[in-house]
Ligand binder design. Sequence first.
Ligand SMILES: [Zn+2]
Ligand SMILES: [Zn+2]
Length: 191
Amino acid sequence: MPSCIICHLQIDESKDSFYECENEHPVHDKCLADWLLHSQNCPLCSDPYSPSVLSKFKGFIEEKEKEKQEALEEELRKEAMKKMEKVTNNIIFLKFIETIESLIEDKNYADAIDLLIESYNETSFDDQNLRVLFILGKANYLRGRYDLAINFLFKLVKLKFDYPDGFLFLGKSYEALGMKDKAEWAYQRIK
Ligand SMILES: [Zn+2]
Ligand SMILES: [Zn+2]
């Protein structure tokens, strides 16, 4: 009994469906179908399979290729969606920051801080959240709540050391409380 050159299991010529290359290397029907998705040559001798063998698998290969194409398109669609979501999210965030900045400009610190606290996420450390943390510190400094400003800004620079404006307002807050050494320490960290 011959054995399949792909799976090495025996081929029962009386009931198994199988094919051969021009050099009579036998392969199971199903083993060959999978192989043809990668190559049209016999895995053993590398000779191409005859057109009559290949034509038997034409439908199967086309279907698999279509599936692959569809999966790829789905993947691209998802990626595009994700990008769109990110862009939308950024636009919404920038609008939000604009609103906050104009409240601060109007010295309406209470409303600005309420909105910031609402959007602040204790468990996220992305750039947007760090920005919220910074403005929370800055707004509290501007309304004279230096203790709260220090709280927020200290949290910020602990999460992101490279945040010069964070250290600037941290220094100003310490200075406002008469803590000169700590103010100096913060100012030295502005690059
Ligand atoms: Zn096989
Ligand atoms: Zn062969």
